[in-house]
Design a protein around this ligand. Sequence first.
Ligand code: FMN
Length: 183
Amino acid sequence: MSALPEKLLLGVSGSVAVLSLPGYLHAFRTAGVRQIVAVLTTTAARFLPPSSLAVLCDRVCTDDDPAGGHVALGRWADRALILPATANLLGTVAHGLAPTLLTTTVLAADCPVTFAPAMNPVMWQRPAVQRNVALLREDGHDVVDPIPGAAYEVASRAIVPSIVVPPAEVLLERLAADAEVPA
Ligand SMILES: Cc1cc2nc3c(=O)[nH]c(=O)nc-3n(C[C@H](O)[C@H](O)[C@H](O)COP(=O)(O)O)c2cc1C
């Protein structure tokens, strides 16, 4: 097993699960991840203001504020974690498309990439989504299966049985494990 990454690129896409992100960031910092740069999609930045992550991250980048750009971000990172990963993000990367700073950075990243999908169980079970997950794994990406849990559902405005991203300890184990650089 390798050590935890020193330089973590955190990609954040537009799932309602972004609201749990500060707790994960706190756990990553506590575990000893030293530098975290977050890249938010435009949708993620609508759910969670980038400034609210600035306290826990060394830098927060968006499509409107791309810092040094995708190549520099991808070169800087030891590991990348996409948390949460939307169905849209999974499909876009699986097909080699790069319409945003985050997807371009993932394409340019020269380090292992872990995806933590977060979505409604019906979406997750769709053959098209599962095909995209299989494509990502074939290319050497690490995709963490969601686990049964309870999630806030915007449609019903209630906490309902659902599937959720595994706890921070599980993600930290994945980040500390040896992983290949995607083809
Ligand atoms: C309230 C709300 C919650 C959403 N939650 C999710 C989600 O949990 N997972 C998901 O895959 N998409 C979710 N979506 C849809 C994404 O936001 C949408 O596909 C968007 O285009 C994703 O963009 P991004 O991948 O560039 O962040 C949600 C949309 C809304 C309006």
